[in-house]
Design a protein around this ligand. Sequence first.
Ligand code: SAH
Length: 222
Amino acid sequence: MADWDSHDHPDDLAERKMRFLFALRSRGVTDSRVLTAMERVDRGLFVRGTFADRAYEDMPLPIACGQTISQPSVVALMTQALAIHPRDTVLEVGTGSGYQAAILAHLARRVYTVDRYRRLVRDAADLFRQLDLANITAIAADGSFGLPEQAPFDRIIVTAAAEDPPGPLLAQLKTGGIMVLPVGQSDAVQSLIKVTRTDHGFDYEELRPVRFVPLVEGLGSE
Ligand code: SAH
């Protein structure tokens, strides 16, 4: 049945998508590869239920298991800070909706993404199959321990906030590798930081204030 509600009108959708990309540029997303990846992944597929029609707005939205899909401009800025090369293997901690992983999959050779909720991992894996994103492996696990069997990684992105960068994740980063993550108290302002592993240790750069759900120990109940 055709539904001529304005939200479903194709021109309206195209316009909303154009505004979406414009918003990213105006927030400092300049890397053309990142912008192309953001353009190719339809955020509308990753937001379900009542909030679906707000998918092209630059705001975080609720998803299942009491979690959130991040704000698109933050997804894009974190992806840009990772400076991914086409041959890289990337670990994402915090699959959530799967949106960030889908963006990464367009830029990297291989993406591993983990979440503590089996339900989120299952739903995200279904979407990856539907979108033919065969280079993503989604796993239910406590990501604060990383993925020792697949380590080391060229890039690591954490989309939940810890007080400090988890030691196992630092250990699983290759020399020359980059990790981007929010750090700080979960109920206070957090900082997005970029950690680069050098021959001698780790360099830390503070990028901007952010707000993420906390990194929580152990597997979730769902
Ligand atoms: N990147 C997601 C947003 C993630 S929200 C997206 O694009 O939609 C943060 C996610 O981190 C939540 O789904 C939460 O369940 C997960 N998380 C929190 N602590 C975790 C841990 N220790 N290991 C793995 N995932 C964790």
